[in-house]
Design a protein around this ligand. Structure first.
Ligand code: ADP
Ligand code: AMP
Length: 217
């Protein structure tokens, strides 16, 4: 019989460190990192219809509608590499998405196992997002807190790093507001389900990972 699959949902405002931690956890636990933002950005760089639609929302810092977002993540989770489980980052972001995720996982005889909520105050979020450098393949750096070995160059594949269009200050503020308006209700939703663990995201990256791993065990 297959070992039980593990599904972890990273929760927290933009810039809290969800992507950074999801990547580390996925590696350490042998799971797949599924980032809805990365999936949209991949669609955008391939100029798919979904990518073009998503961009109209992303550039304003608004959420992409639930139906297309849910369909995209459902398709990703149905691929064989997710059979052992996944670390979800950026999804779910609304109560409707959380309900949809439960349904998708139930169809796979699985469920959400743990929801680390990474908390970071707003002023720190803004500082983190303004210094965030991304690689084309989704690796995340910070100009000061997690710099690449060579400025603006990805450590792993040597490709140039870039700043996200939606990391500019006006959009960052809107994204933080959208988080508190539309995503924060998930905190109580997962707390009531007994799945939430609160993690202090202001600590160093390694310490945040350590706290999440403790909660997993
Ligand atoms: P999210 O996925 O929640 O939007 P990211 O993982 O992309 O956040 O992190 C946002 C920025 O903050 C990145 O530049 C990342 O390198 C940096 N960062 C992440 N975790 C920490 C941390 N614990 N301390 C300092 N900087 C961090
Ligand atoms: P992220 O990379 O998680 O910061 O997401 C970047 C942008 O992609 C968001 O500001 C939204 O416009 C869009 N997005 C990502 N995930 C979702 C989601 N689960 N629901 C709706 N929109 C999303």
């Amino acid at each position: 019989m297959n070992e039980k699959a593990t599904y972890i949902v990273m929760l927290g405002p933009p810039g809290a460190g969800k992507g950074t931690q999801a990547e580390i956890l996925a590696q350490k636990l042998g799971l797949v990192h599924v980032s809805s933002g990365d999936l949209f950005r991949e669609n955008l760089s391939n100029q798919t219809e979904l990518g073009k639609l998503a961009q109209t929302y992303m550039r304003k810092g608004e959420l992409v509608p639930d139906d297309v977002t849910i369909a995209m993540v459902k398709e990703r989770l149905s691929r064989p590499d997710c059979a052992k489980g996944a670390v979800l980052d950026g999804f779910p972001r609304t109560p409707a998405q959380a309900e949809a995720l439960n349904k998708i996982l139930a169809e796979m005889n699985a469920k959400v196992d743990l929801v680390p909520l990474i908390s970071v105050p707003n002023d720190v979020l803004v500082e983190r997002l303004s210094g965030r450098w991304m690689s084309k393949s989704g690796r995340v750096y910070h100009a000061l807190y997690n710099p690449p070995k060579v400025k603006w160059v990805d450590d792993i594949d040597g490709t140039p790093l870039y700043q996200r269009e939606d990391d500019k200050p006006e959009t960052v503020q809107r994204r933080i507001d959208v988080y508190y308006e539309q995503t924060a209700p998930l905190i109580d939703y997962y707390r009531q389900a007994g799945l939430l663990v609160e993690i202090d995201g202001t600590q160093e990256i390694e310490k945040v990972t350590e706290d999440i791993l403790k909660a997993i065990k």
